[in-house]
Design a protein. Structure first.
Length: 308
């Protein structure tokens, strides 16, 4: 029988090769420095040749080490991928969910509600990712996505509408102090409009203004941002007024950080959806999260429609 290389030596070799340090490799592997050193020494002894040379306090692969790494690293990655895939299909980590939502929702909507979700589902470990646009849930390792968009972008998945997107004007309550006229018209005459240019938000001002019979304000220097989070920071600093989706700023309004001005306007370009691969609906943790999300949207005044 062929003599096998201990897997711990392979892990140590790849970690040292990628970090350039036995100390850093030990931290990555959660073992001691001596354990990494001994694993490398055992590997070099078994191969009968050195794999590294020292450069100051760092270590680098020599010619033999580079050749070995080019073959070993992909093989080790395949082992890790195969193990994770098997664990996934056998639901070993069925109580851990990778949930995707845009960063603004994660920061302003999900995080304030984490304690409540933990109360009803303490056994579920939700990990948040922030991928944007349309993506392959299985390839990205996403169990559930809270989507702000359109259902036709997710035809191959289970897609359930959670609620409609409503646009509102918001500003710092300090901008309203001392004003007799606190209407949207008055604010637009007195304060600059703040714009967000990312694809999900670029039509907000146009939709809101058309619904209210207003002309879209001109953009001003230093008041156009690529992300909603930046724009909200700008209005909390009293730099102007913003049109954004109500769900994003609901908690800020509730706590008096921001003030809603005028009435909400339906956004025809986007809604909120629960999206997952169909086979995930057999997983208890996914169904628990789905049920909770539906109640949250219904409880917050959103209108839920049927499945698609």
């Amino acid at each position: 029988m062929r003599k096998l290389i201990p897997l711990k030596s392979i892990y140590a070799f790849v970690a040292v090769a990628e970090t350039g340090s036995m100390t850093e490799a030990a931290a990555v592997l959660s073992v001691s420095h001596s354990a990494v050193s001994q694993a490398i020494k055992a590997l070099e002894t078994q191969l009968s040749l050195p794999l590294f040379h020292r450069v100051g306090r760092r270590v680098e692969l020599n010619q033999n080490g580079q050749k070995y790494y080019r073959k070993i690293a992909p093989a080790l990655e395949q082992i890790v991928d195969a193990s994770e895939e098997l664990m996934h299909h056998n639901n070993i980590n069925h109580n851990r969910l990778m949930v995707n939502m845009v960063h603004s929702l994660a920061l302003h909507w999900w995080i304030p509600r984490v304690p409540e979700f933990q109360d009803i589902a303490p056994h579920i470990d939700v990990r948040i990712s922030n991928l944007t646009q349309t993506f392959d849930l299985n390839r990205e390792g996403i169990d559930v996505a809270l989507i702000h968009g359109k259902a036709d972008e997710w035809k191959e998945y289970y897609c359930e509408k959670l609620g409609s997107d409503e646009l509102i004007m918001v500003c710092s309550p300090h901008l309203l102090e001392g004003l007799d006229d606190k209407s949207p018209e008055a604010l637009l005459e007195k304060y600059p409009a703040i714009f967000v240019t990312n694809p999900r938000r670029k039509y907000d001002w146009l939709v809101w203004c058309e619904a209210n019979g207003f002309i879209v304000p001109n953009k001003q220097k230093n008041l156009t941002f690529t992300a909603s989070i930046q724009a909200v920071q700008a209005i909390t600093r009293r730099l102007g007024v913003l049109i954004t989706h109500e769900l994003f700023v609901r908690d800020d309004i509730r706590h008096g950080v921001l003030t809603k001005v005028g009435e909400a306007v339906p956004n025809p370009h986007q809604d909120f959806y629960f999206v997952c691969p169909p086979e995930k609906l057999t997983q208890e943790s996914v169904l628990t999260l789905r049920s909770w999300l539906c109640k949250e949207f219904i409880g917050s005044g959103q209108t839920r429609s049927g499945n698609k």
